[in-house]
Ligand binder design. Structure first.
Ligand code: THU
Length: 132
């Protein structure tokens, strides 16, 4: 598939997505500052607004493990068009990622579809520094 473990993690976790309502399966994997990989998949709910995005799951796993900084992130969707993070997830990523963070969006087999920096995805972002 690919020799990039972060891409492989995003593709692999996507297989576990729970998305019976949208049928839109998403996987996300991030690398934290200590080099570890954390992954998450979207987890929908019959009460629709309670669903959780893949990126949020990966971030929660990182925080639960005591890490605070994202150094790389990959999002895997299933279509030919890149699954770009939703607006809320862009803000969540900003909390733990620098503006120059690379955000890679890949397909179901790990093919790279789009690469953006976080600043490109969320320009003029409000972030932790604004409250310092
Ligand atoms: N979804 C994600 O997991 N991440 C995104 O950034 C885009 C959307 C999920 C949420 C929902 O379960 C499904 O995709 C359709 O919106």
């Amino acid at each position: 598939m690919t020799d990039d473990p972060l891409i492989e993690a995003a593709v692999a976790v996507r297989a576990n997505a729970y998305a019976p309502y949208s049928r839109f399966h998403v996987g996300a994997a991030l690398r934290s500052a200590d080099g570890r990989i954390f992954a998450g998949c979207n987890t929908e709910n019959a009460a629709y607004p309670e669903g959780i995005c893949a990126e949020g799951g990966a971030i929660s796993a990182m925080i639960a493990a005591g890490q605070r900084r994202i150094t790389d992130i990959v999002i895997s969707g299933g279509g030919e068009k890149a699954c770009a993070p939703c607006g809320g997830c862009r803000q969540k990523i900003r909390e733990f990622g620098a503006p120059d963070l690379r955000v890679r969006m890949v397909g179901a087999t790990g093919q790279v579809l789009l690469v953006r920096t976080l600043a490109e995805l969320l320009p003029d972002a409000f972030g932790p520094d604004d409250l310092a």
